[in-house]
Design a protein. Structure first.
Length: 173
């Protein structure tokens, strides 16, 4: 099944996706897919930084794990190419917990019977998403030196273009 457009999962929904640790048979979701994003800390953690930048969400919504991973890759490559891997430290501050479910819709002859059969179907797990439930909550943090401030701003702008929410860049010194 192909990846559905991001607009189908952008809206916040109630997370009815319990995964029980003690009694897995009572889980609502069977088999939570692994997120594509595995690396949350990049660069040099011991960098001598005097400026910290945050990408802050200005609206509520969901960010799919593959959008988060593509934004991470673009930002990390840009920072490595422009200022080198020893001159910054980037951390993705949130983790995608919410399980996205999709009910496959059939096409072809006899598909109407299949699609009408379970009107409010629970759906199968298709991926995970990061939920932003509070405005002004930071998503990404970059620590760097003062002379690399403009490059770090550009990197966060590139991150911002890849995710479906309105964001702003905040600088803390």
């Amino acid at each position: 099944m192909a990846l559905r457009p991001g607009r189908t999962v952008r809206r916040l929904e109630r997370p009815y996706t319990r995964v029980s640790q003690k009694n897995p048979r009572k889980s609502y979701v069977v088999g939570v897919p692994m997120p594509k994003i595995h690396q949350f800390r990049m660069g040099n953690p011991n960098v001598d930084a005097n400026v910290t930048l945050y990408l802050v969400a200005k609206e509520l919504g969901q960010i799919r794990h593959n959008a988060l991973e593509s934004a991470r890759i673009v930002t990390h490559q840009f920072l490595e190419k422009k200022i080198g891997s020893q001159n910054y430290y980037m951390v993705i501050l949130k983790y995608p917990h919410h399980v996205i479910r999709e009910k496959p819709i059939a096409t072809g002859a006899g598909a109407d019977r299949y699609s009408q059969g379970m009107r409010l179907a629970f759906g199968r797990p298709a991926g995970v998403a990061l939920q932003i439930r509070k405005e002004d909550s930071p998503i990404v943090m970059i620590k760097t030196k003062k002379e690399h401030l403009d490059v770090a701003k550009q990197a966060l702008k590139k991150f911002k273009y890849k995710i479906p929410l309105k964001c702003s860049i905040e600088i803390a010194e």
